[in-house]
Ligand binder design. Structure first.
Ligand code: MF3
Ligand code: CO
Length: 250
């Protein structure tokens, strides 16, 4: 693993702009998602909204990925490919958006319920939000990377859910994925020390069942191995000496 970049003030300003665009697009998509819509329609809207802000969809073309967003439904964990699938009442839908503006990236995901969801799904969603917030709270100068993962893991497991082990959050800046990898598990005090100016994409993935995942033959869609429900939420966060600054606040 290389070194974790400390962003300069002018870079942070650009990351704030990219983060704001990311958040605005996600909020609009979350408000639009409803039963009967296809995930491709949602993606097309996402791409239009990103471009309307003078930004680029940073996922498009990333390792050959052909869409602006990832949309992962129910037992799909992440990297669901938008297509002709229609959203239905009771679905739990993760929408993941990445943009590049002025050379800097924003990356964020949220999970939206379609209509009435089961009590189990609602608890998973609530816990995933709490786990993300608990992780973000640790993103301060002087803490360690392991503090973030430990907070996420404890929050999830206390409620009986598991955290995915094989996918990670990441540093972010000029590139969508920069050092470090950010596991959603770990032990307090472990790993590199966090410093003001680091920008981290923290993205817990919680499963109702076991933590194991597999990738479908399409090469992208990651699903839970046991078919259980999954939930994914992500923010791009600036580490400071004081409270963390959520750059993608929706
Ligand atoms: N948001 C995802 C991440 O943080 C990126 C999706 S992969 C892509 O890793 F190909 F769609 F870009
Ligand atoms: Co990410």
């Amino acid at each position: 693993m290389g070194s974790i970049k400390i962003k300069a003030d002018d870079e942070i300003e650009k990351l704030r702009v990219a983060g704001k665009i990311t958040a605005a697009v996600l909020a609009e998509l979350a408000g639009t998602a409803r039963a009967g819509m296809t995930t491709a329609e949602l993606d097309a809207l996402g791409e239009r909204l990103i471009r309307a802000q003078g930004a680029e969809p940073v996922f498009l073309g990333y390792r050959g990925y052909r869409h602006a967003t990832c949309i992962s439904v129910n037992h799909e964990v992440v990297h669901g490919i938008p297509g002709e699938r229609r959203l239905a009442e009771g679905d739990l839908v993760s929408i993941d958006v990445g943009v590049k503006k002025d050379g800097y990236c924003g990356d964020s995901a949220l999970t939206v319920p379609i209509g009435q969801i089961s009590g189990r799904a609602a608890k998973l969603l609530r816990t995933a939000r709490q786990a993300l917030q608990a992780g973000i709270k640790q993103a301060r100068a002087g803490r360690h990377l392991g503090d973030i993962g430990a907070a996420v893991q404890q929050t999830a497991e206390k409620q009986g859910f598991s955290v995915v082990r094989d996918l990670y959050g990441h540093g972010i800046g000029r590139e969508l994925h920069e050092d470090p990898l950010i596991p959603n598990y770990g032990r307090p005090g472990e790993g590199p020390e966090l410093k003001a100016g680091m920008v981290l994409a923290i993205e817990p993935m919680l499963n109702v069942g076991g933590w194991r995942i597999r990738t479908l033959p399409d090469g992208w869609t990651v699903v839970t191995e046991d078919g259980s429900l999954s939930c994914h939420i992500e923010h791009t966060v600036l580490v400071t000496e004081r409270d963390p600054e959520i750059l993608t606040k929706w």
